[in-house]
Design a protein around this ligand. Structure first.
Ligand code: NDP
Length: 322
C-alpha cells in the first residue's frame, strides 16, 4: 500500500523557530512528509481570505502554527490592544481554516511568559488560566491562552486533536536583534557586537541593564525545533506541553552576559546598571511532563548554543534582523 503523504504547513516559517525547524528537517527528511514553510509575505494570516487562499494552495494535512505578532517589553506595553486583536485574528483564522480543510493535527505555540503573574513555581501545564498575566503583556498573553480554549473546544465539538506547545525563552540563529523587538539574548548580543565593532575592546564597558540576578530558562532554537518535530510525529493529545530545558539549567542574566563575553572574546568590563528594572526574579517552568515522555533528550549545553549563535550572528550580520 502506498504510504500516506503528510503535507506539513509551518506558519511563521521564516522566523527564529521556523528557520530552526527548516534546519532540523534538512537532516531528518522522511519520504512521507512534505514540508512547506511560509512567512507573512506568503499570506497575512490576520486576513481570513489570505489564510483561506494559503490553505487552498497547499492543502496541508498538518499545521505547525508559529506565526504571531511578537515584540519586546515596551512594544507590548504600548500596544496591548493590537497584540490581543491581531493574535486573536491570526489564531482564529489558522485554527478554523485548518478545521474546515480537515487538517488532522495543528500544533500552536504558547509561551511560558503568558502564565499568571502571581503563581507558585515551578509553573506547569495545569496553571495557564489560574490568574491575570503580567500587566506588561496581557494582550499577547490572553490571545495565546485562547488557543488552549479553542483547542479544547475543537476537540469537544469536532473531535480534533489540535494541541499547543509552551516554550521557555528561545534563542539561536535568525533571531530578531532589533532593539525595540528583541528578547534578552539577542538584545545583549546586538549591544555587545556594536561595542566590539568599534575596535579594540580592552578599555570598553559592556553595560547590562538590571542587577544581572534574575533567573531564566533558555532553549536553543535547534533543540526546540527537534522537540516540535517530535510533537508532530508522536504527541497525540490536546493538552499543552511545556518544551523547556530542565529547572537545573536556569541561568542568571549575569551568566548570560559572561557567556556572551566569552563567545565574542570581549576583553573589556561588564557592568550592571541596577537602576534599570529587573522584571520578575524568576519564572521557572517544569518540564516534568516532557521528561516523562522523552527522558533521554539531550539539550545543547548553554555555552555551546551561545557560541554557535554568536558565530552565526557575526557571519550573517549584514542580513540579520538588526
Ligand atoms: P519571529 O519573530 O522570529 O517570527 C515570527 C513569524 O511570524 C515570522 O515568520 C513572521 O513572518 C510571522 N508572522 C508575523 N505576523 C504574521 C502575519 N500577520 N501573517 C503571517 N505571518 C506572520 O518569532 P519566533 O520564531 O521567535 O516565534 C515563533 C512562535 O514562538 C511565536 O508564536 C511566539 O509567540 C512563540 N514563542 C517565542 C519565544 C521566543 O523566545 N522567541 C518564546 C515562547 C514562544 P515574516 O518574518 O515573514 O514577517
Amino acid at each position: 500500500m502506498a504510504e500516506e503523504q503528510k503535507v506539513i504547513l509551518v506558519t511563521g516559517g521564516t522566523g527564529l523557530v521556523g528557520k530552526a525547524i527548516q534546519t532540523v528537517i534538512e537532516n531528518d527528511k522522511r519520504s512521507d512528509e512534505k514540508w512547506i514553510f511560509v512567512g507573512s509575505k506568503d499570506a497575512d494570516l490576520s486576513s481570513k481570505s489570505d489564510t483561506e487562499k494559503l490553505f487552498k494552495e497547499h492543502r496541508p494535512t498538518h499545521v505547525i502554527h508559529l506565526a504571531a505578532m511578537v515584540g519586546g517589553l515596551f512594544h507590548n506595553m504600548a500596544n496591548n490592544l493590537d497584540f490581543f486583536r491581531i493574535n486573536m485574528q491570526i489564531n482564529d483564522n489558522v485554527l478554523h481554516t485548518a478545521h474546515l480543510h480537515n487538517v488532522v493535527k495543528v500544533i500552536s505555540c504558547l509561551s511560558t511568559c503568558i502564565f499568571p503573574d502571581k503563581i507558585t513555581y515551578p509553573i506547569d501545564e495545569s496553571m495557564i488560566h489560574l490568574g491575570f498575566p503580567h500587566t506588561s503583556n496581557y494582550g499577547y498573553s490572553f490571545a495565546k491562552r485562547m488557543i488552549d480554549v479553542q483547542n479544547r473546544a475543537y476537540f469537544d465539538q469536532h473531535g480534533r486533536i489540535y494541541t499547543s506547545i509552551i516554550p521557555c525563552n528561545v534563542f539561536g540563529p535568525h533571531d530578531n536583534f532589533k532593539p525595540t523587538h528583541s528578547h534578552v539574548i539577542p538584545g545583549l548580543m546586538r549591544r555587545l557586537y556594536d561595542i566590539i565593532k568599534t575596535g579594540n575592546t580592552e578599555d570598553k564597558v559592556f553595560t547590562v541593564l538590571g542587577s544581572g540576578k534574575p533567573l531564566r530558562q533558555f532553549i536553543y532554537s535547534l533543540d526546540l525545533a527537534k522537540l516540535i518535530v517530535w510533537v508532530l510525529r508522536g504527541y497525540e493529545s490536546v493538552e499543552p506541553i511545556i518544551l523547556s530545558v530542565d529547572e537545573s539549567s536556569e541561568v542568571t542574566i549575569a551568566e548570560v552576559a559572561e557567556e556572551l563575553v566569552k563567545a565574542f572574546d570581549f576583553k573589556g568590563k561588564i557592568e550592571f546598571d541596577s537602576s534599570a528594572a529587573d522584571g520578575q526574579y524568576k519564572k521557572t517552568a517544569s518540564n516534568t511532563k516532557l521528561r516523562k515522555l522523552l527522558p533521554e533528550f539531550q539539550f545543547t549545553p548553554f555555552h555551546q548554543a551561545v557560541k554557535e549563535t554568536v558565530e552565526w550572528y557575526k557571519t550573517n550580520y549584514q542580513n540579520a534582523r538588526n
